[in-house]
Design a protein around this ligand. Structure first.
Ligand SMILES: Nc1nc2c(ncn2[C@@H]2O[C@H](COP(=O)(O)OP(=O)(O)OP(=O)(O)O)[C@@H](O)[C@H]2O)c(=O)[nH]1
Ligand SMILES: [Zn+2]
Length: 197
């Protein structure tokens, strides 16, 4: 089912009425007037937004890489600057940034768009950045059996900007290395150098 179209969270669609009801209750509990004009449609809007931002639950990330091609290119492939939006599982606040994926194929390559779809599948959920990073690396390793994988994810977390410690502009960078990237500092440097170009 994954990979060919953009997904909505059908669980959210099925439970639309209940979610709308609970959003309305929260609005009341924070002291809002749910009858004022600007808020009348808000529970429905929030629910429609959940359909999109939690669409990843509908996608098996491994299936996204179901279509691969046999190709004897055993050199570094990088897709960088893949923009993602996710929700922190601690506060349900957005975090967003860019994911950079590099791998060295071993006879099998992935369609380039599928790497971006993989990022979508793992980020459109409640997440932590570290797990996003390692899931991408592990799923690529499992599905393509490449010589190596390196993933770098950059993120800005609104739960650290708008509230709490209030440090806007701080960036979190996470990386995951698998296979030959683990043992070769030269490969890791090549990947990082190509990210800067
Ligand atoms: N490691 C990691 N931490 C995250 C991520 N997103 C949010 N957090 C952190 O999750 C932690 C939750 O800490 P708690 O002490 O339970 O929650 P809190 O009282 O709201 O913490 P503060 O944000 O420090 O006010 C915070 O330190 C957040 O910065 C993430 O992707 N990775
Ligand atoms: Zn948070």
């Amino acid at each position: 089912m994954a990979g060919k179209k953009d997904y909505v969270n059908s669980g959210v669609v099925r439970n639309r009425e209940q979610i709308e009801h609970h959003v309305k209750e929260i609005l009341k509990l924070i002291g809002e007037d749910v009858e004022r004009e600007g808020l009348l449609e808000t529970p429905a809007r929030v629910t429609r937004m959940y359909e999109e931002i939690f669409a990843g639950y509908e996608v098996d990330p491994k299936e996204v890489l179901g279509v691969t091609f046999d190709e004897q290119h055993e050199e570094l492939v990088i897709v960088r600057d893949i923009v993602y939006y996710s929700q922190c599982e601690h506060h349900m606040a957005p975090f967003f940034g860019k994911a950079h994926i590099g791998y060295i194929p071993s006879g099998k390559i992935a369609g380039l768009s599928k790497l971006a779809r993989l990022v979508e599948a793992v980020t459109r959920r409640l997440q932590v950045q570290e797990r996003i990073t390692s899931q991408i690396a592990d799923i690529l390793t499992e599905t393509l059996s490449p010589h190596g994988v390196m993933v770098v994810v950059e993120g800005e977390h609104l739960c650290m900007c708008a509230r709490g410690v209030k440090k806007p502009g701080s960036k979190t960078v996470t990386s995951a290395v698998r296979g030959e990237f683990r043992t070769s500092a030269a490969l890791r440097s090549e990947f990082l150098a190509l990210l800067k170009q």
